[in-house]
Ligand binder design. Structure first.
Ligand SMILES: [Zn+2]
Length: 511
């Protein structure tokens, strides 16, 4: 396609008509032309273009699911574990036959292949009785048993991958220890008086685990910074990736345990936030939403979050909700999860939100989410793998049309065998997005991260006018005025958003 034809294709597809009259196209418009040229040239050209596109944040990442199978197998070898070739799991030593030492996997290529497949969606083809949903969630049961000492290495792996794709911020979901809280819950049946039940658990010493849970992520963060040689001249690019953590709660457990773990999560996040440490910033509920207990107790669990939010209002909340599809659950199960997550659970962000159009008064729900600025973490590959939902069956375009904020995320990039660039390519092609649309998605992720401080932008989710102090500045300027700099120094969120704008400026200057 000629340059001129590409230009007109861009005008037809994007939102850049105002620039038609401009004498010299702006760097942003040139980048938009290059983007449309890449779209025309196909997925590989688009991949190459989008790899360096400043993607900002990934707000929906499970650390365990983000690590690739190959890493787990190497770690098992280092830990001296064995491979159970029948179960495709790791086992404790001694590795007597038929167990195979994981360190000797090089001599067993066939077993290695089968392990990688069992730990991921690689080579998976649904068969009668085994769906993508079953395979996806089963993977987590296969790569168990590896020492926690590798967690910092896993954080480094994920951060390094993010850095290689010009991504600057991650919120990693992690489940720290909760055995004490679980034991207390087992001994004390849940009562309908949540305040009293909370007091009972606190009196029994539930907070004792808070310190350990905070130390968990602090140790992981310290190790990854050591691996990356941060704060030294040899610092790797991964050091530039800022990481915060989300406290995962297992929704598929008995109600008293869910309450106790949720309480521990709120306590831990609150303590981390009060200490201003770069650790936990929010909570989330995980495990299959269609599981027996998840479905039976959904409303009860949202009531728990509602109560605990009233006690710990500063703790941020993101909830997996609507990770369901027709047929996976009865129609009645699709009618209220997202709304309850928003209205009872006070979720600031929704993970997945795939069944939104099956909810009661779906139009009203989308309107409410737009009005409350509740963001949806969209995980396209995961949704196809687990739910079989893609293309026109996915509500992504409908959320956008309803002005509900949306951002792309990976969910479990190791299990899905993808990365964030893959998700951008997929969204761009499946939904015919313009360059401006992609910037909107990337900025939305940074707008809705859980970093403390005011937003860079004057109005929520409107990415045209920066807040007062930085209003007159070129976005992302290296040397903003002292008033703007003072504002950025006082807000971690705004500073990260400014950095994203700086990256846009650098990226677009190349075209
Ligand atoms: Zn998830």
């Amino acid at each position: 396609m000629s340059k001129l034809a590409r230009f007109f294709a861009c005008i037809a597809l994007g939102g850049f008509s105002a620039a038609v009259h401009s004498q010299a196209p702006s760097p942003e418009l040139k980048a938009a032309h290059a983007y449309q040229a890449a779209v025309h040239d196909g997925p590989l050209a688009l991949r190459a273009f989008l790899n360096g596109f400043p993607k900002g944040a990934d707000l929906h990442v499970h650390l365990g699911g983000a690590v690739y199978a190959e890493t787990f197998i190497r770690d098992a070898g280092e830990d001296g574990l064995c491979v159970d070739a029948a179960a495709l799991t790791f086992a404790k030593p001694p590795c007597t036959a038929p167990l195979v030492p994981a360190a000797q996997i090089a001599a067993h290529q066939d077993l290695y292949d089968r392990l990688v497949n069992a730990f991921s969606m690689r080579s998976f083809v649904p068969t009668p009785g085994v769906s993508g949903h079953d395979q996806f969630f089963a993977t987590f049961g296969h790569f168990h048993g590896i020492s926690n000492k590798h967690v910092g290495e896993w954080v480094d792996e994920v951060a390094s991958r993010a850095a290689a794709q010009n991504q600057q911020y991650l919120e990693l979901m992690e489940t720290p220890g909760f055995s004490g809280a679980a034991a207390m819950a087992k001994e004390n049946p849940l009562t309908t008086d949540f305040a009293q039940y909370r007091q009972t658990l606190l009196a029994l010493g539930l907070k004792d685990e808070v310190f350990l849970d905070r130390e968990d992520v602090k140790a992981a963060e310290a190790l990854r910074r050591e691996i990356e040689h941060c704060d030294t001249p040899q610092a790797t690019a991964a050091c530039q990736v800022e990481i915060r953590y989300i406290y995962q709660i297992l929704r598929g457990n008995a109600p008293e345990q869910v309450f106790a773990q949720t309480l521990l999560g709120f306590e831990t996040v609150q303590a981390a936030m009060e200490a201003h440490e770069p650790g936990f910033v929010g909570i989330n509920f995980v495990m299959p939403e269609d599981g027996f207990l998840s479905m039976r107790d959904y409303h009860l669990q949202m009531k728990m979050v509602e109560y605990l939010h009233s006690v710990y209002p500063q703790v941020h909340i993101s909830l997996h909700a609507g990770e369901l599809a027709p047929g996976l659950s009865p129609p009645e199960g699709l009618r209220f999860h997202i709304r309850e997550a928003v209205e009872l659970g006070h979720a600031e962000r929704i993970g997945h939100g795939v069944d939104a159009l099956y909810e009661d008064d779906a139009a009203g729900l989308l309107k409410e989410m737009a009005q409350k600025h509740v963001m949806v973490e969209v995980n396209l590959s995961s949704n196809e793998g687990i739910l079989g939902i893609k293309g026109a069956d996915h509500p992504f375009p409908l959320y956008r049309a309803a002005h509900v904020p949306v951002a792309l995320s990976t969910d479990d990039e190791g299990v899905s065998r993808i990365d964030i660039t893959h998700e951008y390519v997929r969204a761009a092609l499946d939904y015919h997005l313009s360059y401006a649309d992609l910037k909107q998605l990337a900025r939305t992720g940074m707008e809705h991260n859980f970093l403390p401080g005011a937003s860079l932008w004057e109005s929520p989710d409107v990415f045209t006018a920066p807040a007062g102090a930085c209003k007159t500045q070129p976005l992302g300027a290296d040397k903003p005025t002292s008033a703007c700099k003072a504002f950025l120094d006082g807000s971690e969120k705004a500073a990260a958003q400014w950095e994203q704008e700086r990256r846009f400026r650098v990226f677009e200057a190349k075209f």
